[in-house]
Design a protein around this ligand. Structure first.
Ligand code: PEP
Length: 252
């Protein structure tokens, strides 16, 4: 049985006080929740303030990125050890904004280095994959997603993948208000699970959690999360309000 996993990606939003207030609000609102695993992923600068709020709660802390190197001359970057030291359990890697913003343009090969670096320290990656609208319209969704999985997870073993959550995030549905239908999402989730079975084994396929991300809200969460291969959600915009994020978790 895969425990439902809802993660909130706060992206580059909020202020230090807004982030700690939101974290405190979630801790209070979700105090009774033990059935759904929850993580929140603030900006780097707010990690320690949010960690303090989460200290005695069931909510985990995650970061939105890391740089895959040991300490040294990497101005402006944070590595996996630093994130662990700040209290992170999870790290989002390969988010479509990092893959597709032209100034960032992250490749699967770079994401693979980040995945290896996270795993080597015990940090749990949430690996994002997903197709652009033109790729979906050209009937290339499965090919694109499988290519992202193959290259981002190159050399990863069946033991190592235990730490990884996969987030299927169709790029056309992120922050746009356009949500994939439960059938569209389930079809891709099923193909990701089949890929896991083929590349690893039955155990990996049956236990790896696959989140859906793309305009998830309290109103659509129940139907999406009711699909057999959707094990949780990666939430952006709706994670910035206590009521809507808690509403998603209540409906999960
Ligand atoms: C995201 O940032 O990963 C995301 C899914 O955003 P939103 O929920 O706003 O579409």
């Amino acid at each position: 049985m895969r425990k439902t996993f809802i993660a909130g990606n706060w992206k580059m939003n909020l202020t230090q006080s807004g982030a700690t207030e939101l974290a405190a609000g979630l801790v209070a609102k979700l105090a009774d929740n033990t059935t759904v695993e929850v993580a929140i992923c603030p900006s780097f600068g707010f990690l320690s303030g949010v960690a303090e709020q989460l200290a005695s709660s069931h909510i985990s802390l995650g970061a939105q990125n890391l740089y895959p190197a040991e300490c040294g001359a990497y101005t402006g970057e944070l590595n996996a050890e630093m994130l662990l030291d700040l209290g992170c359990e999870y790290v989002i890697l390969g988010h479509s904004e990092r893959r597709h913003l032209p100034e960032l343009d992250e490749s699967n090969e770079f994401i693979n280095l980040k995945i290896k670096s996270a795993i080597a320290t015990g940090l749990k990656p949430i690996l994002c994959v997903g197709e652009l609208l033109e790729e979906r319209e050209a009937g290339r969704t499965t090919t694109v997603v499988e290519q992202q999985l193959t290259n981002s997870l190159a050399d990863i073993t069946a033991e190592q993948i235990e730490l990884i959550t996969i987030a299927y995030e169709p790029v056309w549905a992120i922050g746009t208000g356009k949500v994939a239908t439960p059938e569209q999402a389930e079809e891709v989730h099923g193909s990701i699970r089949a890929w896991l079975r083929d590349r690893f084994n039955d155990l990996v396929a049956d236990t790896t959690r696959i989140q859906y991300g793309g305009s998830v809200k309290p109103e659509n969460a129940r139907e999406l999360l009711g699909q057999p291969n959707i094990d949780g959600a990666l939430v952006g915009g709706a994670a910035l309000s206590t009521d809507s994020f808690a509403g998603i978790i209540e409906n999960a």
